[in-house]
Design a binder for this molecule. Structure first.
Ligand SMILES: [Zn+2]
Length: 296
């Protein structure tokens, strides 16, 4: 079981976007290596184009990875998973994160938005849950407008929760297959609501979306949950649907695990091909289970 791993990783994770306005790129670390975008980037780029409503050319982005720990070029004491720089439309990632969907899509969103910082409208609203937005990103985005104090408070049970599994990259003999497990939370009311989420034991931040994935024949399971770093995660406009996307790598490993396959980052879910039962929830209110076969 992944248990608190995701929670801890999420608390520690920092992803920085480097502001536009640099006339030259920050100097690359000496051990940086340029790499060719893996095929799954095509689908990830399309997902970010769709959620942001922006269009751009993936081919115009230069990709680099660094084997050690990257620092924010604007603040060398701040470790980051990656950064985008405007001068040559360059994305630099920790080599552990080059196949971490939410982190890669975060940097892709920078390359599409092309403005300074982490606008709330893009990183937490239109592409919220599709791209990572750890505490430094949430803080940069600034707080959402305070809801009307009269907004009804509801329990998670009042939310309609559904989920979807999709394999987004075709099988390939040379590259891993990838997929996503997306959980949708829908406000069924014709008025705004605030959902009262509870906290996991030992964690001071409310828990939002969680997953449990069980390998049905050979056994094994992974589970984890995200946290409400952004208070906006608890506010729903009338009829609004929010979502949270967990990335899957379908790879030939011994058993389901989190963060173990090279490149998928600390939160990436690695699943050997087989039949799985997926359960997603929002605030502990579960979507109907999905049983599906994942093939390479
Ligand atoms: Zn960023």
């Amino acid at each position: 079981m992944a248990g608190n791993k995701r929670t801890r990783a999420a608390l520690l994770a920092l992803v920085a976007g480097i502001s536009c306005g640099h006339l030259v790129d920050p100097v690359l670390p000496g051990d940086a290596e340029q790499f060719v975008a893996p095929s799954v980037y095509t689908q990830w780029w399309a997902m970010v184009e769709q959620c942001s409503g922006l269009r751009g050319r993936l081919e115009d982005v230069q990709w680099f990875s660094v084997p050690g720990q990257l620092s924010n070029p604007d603040n060398s004491s701040e470790p980051v998973e990656g950064y985008w720089s405007a001068a040559s439309n360059r994305i630099v990632l920790n080599s552990d994160d080059t196949l971490d969907g939410r982190i890669v899509r975060h940097e892709m969103l920078h390359a599409l938005v092309r403005v300074k910082g982490h606008p709330r409208s893009a990183f937490l609203q239109s592409c919220g849950g599709i791209v990572s937005c750890p505490p430094a990103c949430v803080s940069d985005a600034g707080p959402p407008p305070a809801p009307d104090p009269a907004t009804p408070r509801v329990a998670p049970a009042a939310i309609e929760v559904t989920s979807e599994v999709s394999v987004i990259s075709p099988s390939s003999s040379t590259q891993a297959s990838f997929g996503t497990f997306t959980i949708f939370a829908h406000n069924p009311f014709p008025h705004p609501i605030v959902v009262l989420l509870s906290k996991s034991p030992g964690v001071d931040i409310a828990r939002t979306y969680g997953y449990g994935i069980i390998r049905t024949v050979s056994g094994g399971a992974v589970s984890s949950a995200d946290l409400a770093f952004d208070i906006g995660a608890t506010y729903f406009a009338a009829g609004e649907t929010k979502r949270d996307m967990f990335d899957l790598a379908i790879v030939p490993i011994a058993s389901p695990s989190v963060g173990t396959f090279p490149g998928i980052g600390r939160d990436g879910i690695a699943l050997p091909p087989e039949t799985y039962s997926f359960r997603g929830d929002y605030g502990g209110h579960s979507a109907p289970d999905i049983t599906t076969i994942l093939n390479r």
